[in-house]
Every structure is written in C-alpha cells, then in structure tokens.
Ligand binder design. Structure first.
Ligand code: FPP
Length: 270
C-alpha cells in the first residue's frame, strides 16, 4: 500500500517519457508500436495526475532534437499526437484541465496545429490542472530565447542590464509559467535530463524509473510521489535535524486521516 499525503503533493511534475522504442523492440514490433502504447500511457497518467490533484503536469512529448529521427517515425508521432488531442478533448474540457504547449510550436505540422490551437484556446480558463506538452522543445533553446528577448528589451531601452535577474529570466520561460518543477520523473532506465526544463530544474527532485514508458501507470506515478514526499527539500539551506528513526517518522503518523481511498494501491492521506 502506497501512502501519499494530500498536503505535500508536488505542485508541478515533469515527465521525460522514455523507452517506447525499447518496449517495441522487446516485442519484435516497429518503434511506432511503442509510441502508440506510449500514448495510452499518457492517457492513464494524465487521469491519475488529475485525480490525485496535481496542479501542473508537463510531459516531454517531442524534443527539438527529435526532428532528426527518421521521417516515418516523426510522421507517426505527429499523427499520434493529433489523435491524442482529438480523443482527449472532451475529457480535458470536462475535467477543468488547461492544455498548454511549450516549445517551437510553429514548427509543428498543420494537422497538429489544427487540433492543438483550438484546444489551448477552449481550455485556457480551466483551473484544476495545467497539462503542458513540451513539443519541439529544448531547455537550452528556451533559455536562449528568453535571453534574446531580454537583450531586445535592453537594446530598445525598456530594461536596464541590472534588471536582468534570475526572476526576469524565469518570467520569460513559458515552461515555468506554472512554477518550477518540484519533481521530474524519467522512465526507461537512463539517468539524464536530455535538455528538459533546464532552467527550472535547479531545485527539482529527480526520480528515475526503470519502467519503460508504455508500461508506466498510475501506481508508478504514486510511487514516484511517495518517494518524493520522503525527501527533505533544502533549496540550498541547512536541513532539519533527522528524526530518531527516519523510517518510523514517515510511516507511522497517527494524526494522518485518510481523505480518500483512490484504489487498492493508494491511500491518499490529509
Ligand atoms: C522516447 O522514447 C519517447 C519519445 C521521443 C516520444 C514520446 C511520445 C509519446 C509518449 C507518444 C505520443 C505523445 C503524446 C503526448 C500523445 P524513445 O523512442 O526514445 O525510446 P527508446 O529510448 O527506447 O528508443
């Protein structure tokens, strides 16, 4: 049984969804089959995140560097993305989810833009959860874009060089309009960041899962969050003295009253 505290949820969770290709290869199938199963995992995880009450979920769906993959794989990913947006439109709108996209959106093909743009617009006032798809996204590219914007403001006399602060940079980064990520999960066994949310990652907790993305489900998400809740975030400050028995302090807390029984795997406690 996993124990997740409702009061201590990460506000913004980012996920690097890796392992689709290997999932397919293990089954002797084409890579696109892994991506197809991967988009089913996206549905599951978005639902689980919304049910749990996360405020923001950012999914690394297509990196700026992914354009260099074989053309048929890129085309298949774009079709899957369009299908996802079409099939989830109702659920997104009915559940208070704001659909956002960050990255070089102008590079996406018209078949994606035709469904993405109206859904962004139609969901823009939703307040329960922001689902951000990072598409044609790169963390370095985003930092460079923010720096360019600030440089233009200085050149045109709207900003003084001394006003270029860490916050001024952050405010120019669309991926951080929902706040810095508190927790970033990478599936598929690799332990790297691959140009995801670079600037916002400064104090994020990282969780690496060996599960290949198409197999990732609600329980894996709960596990990552439970693990996050066991950590002490210090933001560069000194830590609290450790309780006599860390493990005991975490698991036996008589004052925790269950808020909801989510399913047989999870107890959400207040
Ligand atoms: C990485 O796996 C995954 C991607 C490059 C694409 C992610 C896309 C999806 C999960 C499906 C479509 C997205 C949405 C939002 C519906 P990989 O291909 O690099 O796997 P590998 O490391 O095993 O080769």
């Amino acid at each position: 049984m996993l124990l997740v505290e409702a009061r201590n949820l990460p506000s913004h969770v980012g996920i690097i969804m890796d392992g689709n290709g290997r999932w397919a290869q293990l089954r002797g199938a084409a890579r696109v089959e892994g991506h197809r199963e991967g988009s089913r995992a996206v549905r599951r995880v978005v639902r689980a995140a919304r049910r749990l009450g996360l405020r923001a979920l950012t999914l690394y769906a297509f990196s700026e560097q992914n354009w260099s993959r074989p053309e048929d794989e890129v085309d298949a990913l774009m079709l899957l993305l369009r299908d996802f947006l079409l099939s989830e439109r109702g659920e997104i709108l009915n559940n208070g989810i704001r659909l956002n996209a960050v990255g070089n959106i102008g590079k996406l093909p018209a078949i994606v833009r035709a469904v993405l743009d109206p859904l962004r617009k139609d969901s823009e006032t939703a307040t329960e959860m922001t689902l951000t798809l990072a598409l044609s996204y790169g963390g370095r590219e985003e930092i460079a874009m923010a720096a360019r914007e600030l440089a233009c403001d200085v050149k045109d006399g709207r900003l003084r060089p001394e006003d270029i602060t860490t916050d001024a940079l952050r405010r120019r980064m669309p991926s951080l309009c929902v706040g810095d990520p508190d927790l970033v999960i990478r599936t598929g066994g690799e332990r790297r960041i691959s140009n995801f949310l670079l600037y916002g990652l400064a104090y994020a907790e990282l969780h690496f899962s060996d599960t290949l993305w198409p197999d990732f489900d609600a329980v894996d998400l709960y596990e990552a969050i439970e693990n996050y809740q066991r950590r002490e975030r210090r933001f560069g400050l000194v830590g609290k003295p450790a309780p006599p028995d860390e493990k005991l302090a975490h698991t036996s807390n008589a004052s925790r009253e269950p808020l909801a029984i989510d399913n047989r795997h999870l107890r959400l406690v207040g």
